[in-house]
Design a protein around this ligand. Structure first.
Ligand SMILES: Cc1cc2nc3c(=O)[nH]c(=O)nc-3n(C[C@H](O)[C@H](O)[C@H](O)COP(=O)(O)OP(=O)(O)OC[C@H]3O[C@@H](n4cnc5c(N)ncnc54)[C@H](O)[C@@H]3O)c2cc1C
Length: 428
C-alpha cells in the first residue's frame, strides 16, 4: 500500500507531493495528461518559447515568488506601450496609456469602494463573512450596473472585468474582482502589475520541475483517475484503465470544473456536491497572434469582443510581433481561421496583418474544463470552507480552492502545501 496518492501533476499536485515527502511519507502522483504542469504549459512556436496557460507572476504572490527565486529564474517585463486603445459601443477610442488608466481607475475604484473594510485580510477571505455576503451574492455585471459610470468608464470596466473573470460578467461573482484588488494592496495599477506584467524567461516549467524533483516520487503520466473509494483504513483509487491502487490517504488536485468526472464512494457531503455542481466561471480564451505591421507596441481593451485584451507580448525581428489576446469564452475563438482573426483584430488594432494563430482551448480540455478560477455568486459564503475540509482520508487541494491567490499559480502552491500537510498527517 502507498502512503499518499496525489491526483494531478500541476503546481498544486507537485507542491503537495513535496510536502508529503518532507513529512517523511512517500507520495505517488497519478496524472491524466501526458505532461506535467496542468494549466501551465511552457511550449514553443516557430522557435519562440511561450506559455499556453499561466504566464504572469509577481512578488506580491509569496508562494510562487519564493519558488521562482529558489529556481534561480529571471523575471522579465511585458513590453509597455505609451499609447492605448479602447472600444466603446463598437467605436475605437485612442489616447495615451494614462488617458485610459484614468478612465479605468474611476470605474475600478467605484467598483471596489470599501474593499479595505470588506476584505482586510485577503488571504483569509472568510475572516468577516458578514462583510463579503452582499458582494458574494452578486455577479460582476450586477455590481457594474449599480455604479454611476459614463459610457467610456463602463466599457473599460467591462473589459477589465472580463479580463479578471476570463468569463461572462453575468456568470462570474462580483467578489472575484475585489479579491484581486485587495490582494494587490487595494489599487488598480498594482492589480495590473500582479496579474499581467511580469513573465519568467525560463518558463513555468523551470520552477515546477524542481518542486517535482524535491518530491522524489514516482509519477505516472497518462493515468487518469476515474474513482476514489474510501474505507476505514485506506483509499482505493481506480484508474480509467481499471487498475486499483491503495494508499493511506489521497490528495485530489484536479480543477474544480473537473471534479464532477471523478466518482467518490461514499458520496461527498451534500455541500461539497453543491460546490462541484456550481463549478467556476473561468471559461475564457488565451490566443496568440503573430502579426506584421508597424513597430509599435499594442495595448487595446474591448467590451463585447471575442478578444477583450490585446497586448504585444513578444517583439520579434523586423516588422513582426506576437500579440496575446484574452477573451471571455473559448467557444468564441475560431481557431486557425486567419481571416476571422484579422477581422477581429482590425476592430481593435488596425494596421497589422495576421500571419499566424496559436490557441489551446482550455474550456474544451477534458483535464481543465476552464482557465483560472472566477468563482460564481455564493461560492465564498456557502462552499469555500467546505470544499477545503478533508473528508477523512480524502483531501482536496487546487488553486481553485485557495484562500489567497485563487486562480493563480500562487494559490495552487498555497493549496498544495496545505493539502500535502493534511494528507501526511492522515497517513501517519
Ligand atoms: C490561459 C490561462 C492563463 C493563466 N494565466 C495565469 C497567470 O498569468 N498567472 C497565474 O498565476 N495563473 C494563471 N493561470 C492560472 C494558473 O495556471 C492555474 O490557477 C494553476 O496552474 C492551477 O494549478 P493547479 O495545480 O491547482 O491545477 P491544474 O494546473 O489544473 O492541475 C491539475 C492537474 O490534474 C490533472 N487531472 C485532471 N483530471 C485528472 C484525472 N481524472 N486524473 C488524473 N489527473 C487529472 C490535470 O491534467 C492537471 O495536470 C492561467 C490559466 C490559464 C488556463
Amino acid at each position: 500500500m502507498h502512503d499518499v496518492i496525489v491526483i494531478g501533476a500541476g503546481f498544486a499536485g507537485c507542491s503537495a507531493a513535496r510536502e508529503i515527502r518532507r513529512a517523511g511519507k512517500r507520495p505517488l502522483i497519478l496524472e491524466g495528461n501526458d505532461r506535467i504542469g496542468g494549466r501551465t504549459w511552457t511550449a514553443h512556436w516557430d522557435g519562440q518559447q511561450f506559455e499556453r496557460g499561466g504566464n504572469f507572476f509577481h512578488w506580491f504572490q509569496p508562494h510562487v515568488w519564493s519558488e521562482i527565486v529558489a529556481a534561480g529564474c529571471t523575471p522579465v517585463a511585458m513590453p509597455q506601450s505609451p499609447r492605448s486603445a479602447w472600444l466603446v459601443g463598437g467605436e475605437l477610442r485612442t489616447g495615451s496609456h494614462l488617458d485610459r488608466e484614468e478612465i479605468a481607475q474611476r470605474a475600478w475604484n467605484a467598483y471596489n469602494e470599501g474593499s479595505e473594510q470588506i476584505l482586510p485580510f485577503p488571504f483569509t477571505p472568510l475572516a468577516h463573512p458578514e462583510r463579503i455576503r452582499r458582494l458574494d451574492k452578486m455577479t460582476i455585471e450586477e455590481r457594474i450596473n449599480e455604479l454611476d459610470l459614463d459610457s467610456d468608464e463602463r466599457a473599460v470596466m467591462v473589459g477589465e472585468g472580463e479580463g479578471v473573470a476570463s468569463g461572462h460578467l453575468d456568470d462570474a461573482g462580483a467578489l472575484t474582482v475585489m479579491r484581486w484588488h485587495a490582494l494587490s494592496g487595494h489599487n488598480l495599477p498594482s492589480t495590473q502589475a500582479a496579474a499581467g506584467q511580469i513573465m519568467i524567461e525560463e518558463g513555468t516549467i523551470a520552477f515546477l520541475q524542481p518542486i517535482l524533483d524535491a518530491a522524489a516520487c514516482e509519477l505516472r503520466l497518462e493515468t487518469p483517475v476515474a474513482a476514489v473509494e474510501q474505507s476505514a483504513d485506506r483509499v482505493i483509487i481506480t484508474t480509467r484503465a481499471g487498475e486499483s491502487i491503495s494508499a493511506e490517504a489521497v490528495v485530489v488536485t484536479v480543477p474544480l470544473n473537473v471534479l464532477h468526472d471523478i466518482a467518490f464512494e461514499p458520496s461527498l457531503s451534500e455541500l461539497k456536491q453543491g460546490g462541484i455542481a456550481l463549478g467556476q466561471a473561468g471559461i475564457g480564451s488565451k490566443l496568440l497572434l503573430k502579426v506584421k505591421g508597424p513597430s509599435e507596441i499594442v495595448s487595446a481593451l474591448a467590451d463585447d469582443h471575442p478578444f477583450g485584451f490585446v497586448d504585444t507580448i513578444f517583439e520579434l525581428d523586423g516588422d513582426e510581433q506576437i500579440l496575446v489576446c484574452f477573451g471571455r469564452d473559448g467557444d468564441e475563438i475560431r481557431d486557425r481561421d486567419i481571416a476571422w482573426a484579422q477581422q477581429q483584430l482590425d476592430r481593435l488594432a488596425p494596421g497589422f496583418t495576421v500571419t499566424g494563430m496559436n490557441f489551446h482551448d482550455w474550456k474544451a480540455d477534458e483535464f481543465a474544463q476552464g482557465t483560472w478560477a472566477a468563482h460564481r455568486p455564493g461560492w465564498y459564503t456557502t462552499y469555500h470552507a467546505e470544499m477545503q475540509r478533508p473528508e477523512g482520508r480524502v483531501i482536496f487541494a487546487n488553486s481553485d480552492l485557495a484562500d489567497g491567490w485563487a486562480g493563480f499559480v500562487d494559490g495552487a502552491i498555497e493549496s498544495g502545501i496545505r493539502g500535502g500537510r493534511w494528507a501526511a498527517a492522515a497517513a501517519a
